[in-house]
Write a protein that binds this ligand. Structure first.
Ligand SMILES: CC(=O)N[C@H]1[C@@H](OP(=O)(O)OP(=O)(O)OC[C@H]2O[C@@H](n3ccc(=O)[nH]c3=O)[C@H](O)[C@@H]2O)O[C@H](CO)[C@@H](O)[C@@H]1O
Ligand SMILES: C=C(OP(=O)(O)O)C(=O)O
Length: 454
């Protein structure tokens, strides 16, 4: 069991560099399965647990995958299996994105059902509706989905009942090798969809309209490997913007693309944060009391659900009452109970949370209920009195590269403890106390690990 330890009270300043986008690189790695000739090279692939998981999925299918210096090399010319096992899909829902590529390339696939997760039930009916409309026969049973088609999939018009990111991606990938033209209506418009379309087009696909509500894919006979650089992670960027603002800091978020962060920037500006974008990133300055705002999560270009928890942390540090309405996922307020352990006093009413700013936050032992919840609790810890311990680090590792290192590079008092299960660790004991055991430490600042009597 490992945890992040945060001591509040430091103003963040300096430069932080954003890594490649998790939500781009995962579908792009899945898409590399479509390359029947030559390998794909994917640059700016963040070293996240999710990336390692999807690489394992590809290896289990027979692809040869190497990862070095944030570059992934995928040779999928020879595939030996069409089955994505429970072992990997249960670890990460995005593994399900191999279904479209496998079905269209091999004519059959068997994938473990992804199931729900901490933020909701997360059905996959729209993915399956798309595949069926393209001529696939789908069978469900014993925790697996089997899909097959006679010959190639057939292009057709598919209207998505919800603008699902994953369904848009899965269907788009399946359509690249289908016979004829596929049109996806009410498609998701996220920047990650555009990044995937660019990757597919680099492989020889014919995808048009990505980033709009209607995507048109003309199927081709074969695709080949390509070289691609993943876009910067807008959610990681937004998280550092919140971390800067909550501490009244002055931080340059290098690599942040302001165009991808429209609603986050708009809401933070409404709160009184000064945001200055340039061609290489975004500068965030917050040196006066912040104002309350109301936020409703929506599909892109609306306010991202993946920034909801971090925004809630920022609202806690503002003056007045803010309201957050979560419309994308049915159960994405699990972090509220954890915030309340820090004296936040947030109330939930159905799909709305009422956040009264200005409460004096106090450090506590809390747990990341999902990866954004974890990041948000750390942001709150940055301005809490005393020490906050954030457990559930496996969630945070899914989506943040070197979080403690990046924040401590900005001056935050944060580090990570890797704790062996049978050896308890005493956090910040009184000066006279002995540390119960020596934990393995990673991250900086190591100096803070000394008993300080805080
Ligand atoms: C790896 C990745 O890119 N993950 C992102 C992706 O997840 P993901 O692709 O899973 O999210 P979706 O856009 O599919 O889900 C949005 C909503 O649609 C519903 N739905 C989805 C599919 C379906 O077949 N039927 C259905 O009803 C979901 O339950 C949810 O309520 O987009 C989410 C919404 O921006 C983000 O929070 C995730 O970080
Ligand atoms: C919910 C998220 O991711 P995933 O869809 O991979 O669970 C997220 O990135 O916040």
């Amino acid at each position: 069991m490992s945890k992040f330890i945060v001591r509040g009270g430091k103003r963040l300043t300096g430069n932080v560099k954003v890594s490649g986008a998790k939500n781009s690189v995962l579908p792009i790695i899945a898409a590399s399965l479509l390359g029947e000739k030559g390998a794909s090279i994917i640059h700016e692939a963040p070293s996240l647990d999710d990336v390692m998981t999807i690489n394992k999925v590809l290896e289990s299918l027979g692809a040869v995958v190497t990862y070095q210096n944030e570059t992934i090399h995928v040779d999928a010319q020879e595939l030996s299996s069409c089955e994505a096992p429970y072992e990997w899909v249960s670890k990460m829902r995005a593994s399900f994105l191999v279904m479209g590529p496998l079905l269209t390339r091999l004519g059959q696939t068997r994938i473990s059902l992804p199931g729900g997760c901490a933020i909701g039930t997360r059905p996959i009916d729209q993915h399956l509706k798309g595949f069926e409309a393209m001529g696939a026969q789908i069978n469900l049973g014993q925790g697996y989905i089997e899909a097959k088609c006679d010959g190639r999939l057939r292009g057709t018009k598919i209207y998505l009942d919800v603008a699902s990111v994953g369904a848009t991606e899965n269907i788009m990938m399946a359509a690249t090798l289908a016979e004829g033209i596929t049109t996806i209506e009410n498609a998701a418009k996220e920047p990650e969809i555009v990044d995937l379309a660019n990757f597919l087009n680099g492989m020889g696909a014919k995808v048009r309209g990505a980033g709009t509500g209607v995507i048109r894919i003309e199927g081709v006979e074969k695709l080949h490997g390509t070289e691609h650089t993943v876009i910067p992670d807008r959610i990681e960027a937004g998280t550092y913007m919140v971390a800067a603002a909550i501490t009244g800091g002055d931080v340059y978020v290098e690599g942040a693309i302001a165009d991808h962060l429209g609603p986050v920037i708009a809401k933070m500006e409404e709160m009184g944060v000064e945001i200055t974008p340039d061609e290489n990133g975004v500068r965030v300055v917050a040196n006066h009391p912040l104002r309350a705002v109301d936020v409703k999560t929506l599909p892109y270009p609306g306010f991202p659900t993946d920034m909801q928890a971090q925004m809630m942390a920022l609202m806690l540090a503002s003056e007045g009452t803010s309201i957050i309405t979560e419309t994308v996922f049915e159960n994405r307020f699990m972090h509220v109970d954890e915030f309340n352990l820090m004296n936040a006093g947030i109330r939930i009413e159905g799909r709305t949370s009422i956040v009264t700013g200005g409460a004096a936050l106090v450090g506590a032992k809390v747990c990341a209920t999902d990866l954004r919840a974890g990041a948000a609790l750390i942001c709150a810890g940055l301005v809490s009195e005393g020490t906050t311990e954030v457990g559930g680090t496996h969630h945070i590792d899914r989506g943040y590269v070197h979080l403690a290192e990046k924040l401590s590079g900005l001056g935050a008092n944060i580090w990570r403890l890797e704790e062996e299960e049978d050896k308890p660790v005493v956090i910040a004991p009184a000066a006279s106390e002995e540390v119960a055991s020596k934990p393995k430490l990673t991250g900086t600042p190591v100096l803070n690990v000394q008993p300080t009597g805080v």
